[in-house]
Design a protein around this ligand. Structure first.
Ligand SMILES: O=P(O)(O)OC[C@H]1O[C@H](OP(=O)(O)OP(=O)(O)O)[C@H](O)[C@@H]1O
Ligand SMILES: NC(=O)CC[C@H](N)C(=O)O
Length: 519
């Protein structure tokens, strides 16, 4: 582990140390670990500390997790179809055997050094709401103790002004949940807070710990009692039993035992620590507010909302590369909102072709994956996206999206745009073809259902009905990532799985590698 940075935090002398640590300890791969704060308190405690809200109704291990969903909760209706027969350790990925589109998974946030920490956390969670709608929670640290509020439902359903008033403090972490391990139930809603012999510790996790079953079995064998049926809880137990010193080393020690995907944010009475797995499976970005407060979040949209700056935006570069690699005579560049917007701006800037809003997204419609059948899903795309005739009629249109998964969205979009009168439709995709399923926490369909696994780029172009189709070449993606490229997992694009997963669900591992990038 190498210390990259030590600096004075401008806000408070009691939180005066900021360490940015770049760890190379985990299996020889590079990952980053970041901690902010000072000192440790040596409080002797073993019990769980406050998870306010009804979540404190702790249960015996054999209880089905789905049991604690409240009847009045709107999410109960939304997830009704998924819950039948759900076992303790089951999340969405296991229940439905993959979903209709590329799922982004939970969102995590951490704020350090701002007197409005819980409010900023709340706003940032709003920006990340698309990553998980089952439950939300915030933990703050104030005057040497942690305080948590968690609940089922959307951020706006769980929190209001009075709840936020109950969460004073200058540091906070937050979570929006899309379950992958452990059913959709209140007790599995994060952040989790635990008390152990050195004080209190909270954690928010995005990802899937693939060796969770064996870790939990070993911990239970040694007497650990679990409070939830989420994979995330093992991390707290591993930290609590670690013999390493100081606190950061205990985290390293715990994470060294984890396999799979984890972007984790920890909060103690005086520290905030962000950890990313050695392969960078799940996203995590760092930003800073003007007052010096440090922010971690799953996506940059959360940084933008709370006016924290982030140094690099690679999606813009992906758009520029597409314009460079796959130019085409066209009149207008449009995006599939919201995920294609930044890349479309990059394409437009590089090609000199104007960017316009050719598709308007309705934010009042649920994500298409909630719809149960293919037939209904087709309507879903139409409901979600409305073409703007004035922009499209008679035009040669370049449409930029971030990915093609099964091909459902792209084919509907091409049809919508043509029906609106476009003369030509050229799809540009700001990622390489997705040829392999994900086993590390992104709920993707099985490999066989991925269109780029089954069809060549030319066949995919025909399937979606576009006049041309181009993907971001994998080598160019790696170029953008530079030296960091080997530290990121690109299994879904390359078929090269860095960690063989313990549980394969029903997905096949075989992938067909497709080399061409333009059709
Ligand atoms: O090829 P398909 O299987 O249709 O999936 C591809 C689509 O899925 C994602 O959107 P999603 O529906 O997740 O909504 P988003 O725009 O909120 O990301 C992605 O941005 C593509 O538009
Ligand atoms: N989507 C996620 O990142 C889920 C985190 C964790 N595995 C859970 O199920 O709660």
């Amino acid at each position: 582990m190498v210390t990259l940075q030590q600096q004075h935090h401008p806000l408070s002398s009691s939180t005066s140390r900021a360490d940015l640590l770049l760890a190379g300890a985990l299996r020889g791969r590079k990952s980053f670990r970041v901690s902010f704060g000072a000192g440790t308190s040596d409080v002797l405690r073993h019990s769980w500390v406050h998870r306010n809200e009804p979540s404190t109704q702790v249960t015996n291990a054999s209880e089905k997790c789905c049991a604690s969903l409240g009847a009045e909760n709107p999410m109960e209706r939304r997830f009704e179809g998924f819950r039948a027969g759900v076992e303790d350790t089951v999340g969405h990925g296991d229940e439905v055997g993959g979903t209709d589109s590329w799922q982004e998974e939970c969102g995590v946030v951490g704020i350090f050094g701002d007197s409005e920490a819980s409010r900023l956390c709340y706003l940032a969670l709003h920006a990340l709401q698309h990553r998980g709608q089952e439950g939300a929670g915030i933990v703050t640290s104030n005057n040497g103790s942690l305080r948590a509020i968690t609940g089922m439902g959307l951020v706006s359903e769980v929190f209001d002004e009075s709840k936020l008033n109950e969460l004073p403090g200058t540091s906070s972490i937050g979570h929006v949940r899309y379950s992958t391990a452990g059913a959709s139930a209140l007790k599995n809603v994060q952040p989790f807070v635990a008390g152990y012999r050195f004080g209190s510790l909270a954690v928010a996790h995005n990802g899937n710990i693939v060796n969770y079953h064996s870790l939990r079995a070993a911990l239970e064998e040694n007497g650990s009692i679990f409070n939830t049926c989420s994979d995330t809880e093992v991390v707290l137990h591993l930290i609590a039993i670690s013999k390493s010193r100081p606190f950061l080393q205990r985290i390293v020690n715990a994470c060294e035992q984890l396999e799979g995907a984890y972007s984790l944010i920890f909060l103690t009475e005086d520290k905030l620590v962000a950890v990313r797995d050695p392969y960078g499976f799940r996203p995590l970005v760092m930003g800073r507010r003007k007052n010096g407060a440090v922010v971690f979040a799953s996506e940059t949209c959360a940084l933008d909302l709370i006016e924290a700056t982030y140094e690099r935006e690679s999606r813009y570069a992906f758009g520029e590369i597409l314009a460079d690699e796959a130019p085409v005579d066209c009149d207008v560049v449009i995006a599939v909102p919201d995920s294609g917007v930044v890349a479309a701006l990059g394409y437009s800037a590089k090609s000199g072709v104007p960017f316009q809003q050719g598709l308007i997204r309705s934010h009042y419609v649920g994500r298409t994956f909630i719809e149960p059948s293919q037939k209904i899903r087709d309507f879903g795309v139409k409901l979600k996206l409305a073409p703007v005739k004035g922009v499209l009629e008679g035009k040669r249109v370049v449409v930029v999206d971030d990915s093609i998964v099964r091909g459902t969205t792209s084919s509907k979009i091409v049809r919508l745009i043509k029906e609106a009168g476009a003369a030509e439709v050229h799809m540009r995709i700001a990622s390489p073809p997705i040829i392999g399923s994900c086993y590390y926490g992104v709920d993707t369909p099985s490999s066989g259902e991925l269109i780029s696994n089954r069809l060549s780029i030319e066949e995919t172009r025909k399937f979606i009905g576009a006049d041309s189709l181009a993907f971001l070449p994998l080598e160019r993606l790696r170029q953008v990532l530079g030296e960091e490229a080997p530290t990121f997992c690109d299994a879904c694009f390359s078929g090269d799985y860095p960690v063989p997963p313990e549980h394969m669900k029903n997905k096949e591992l075989e992938v067909v590698v497709s080399n061409a990038s333009v059709a």
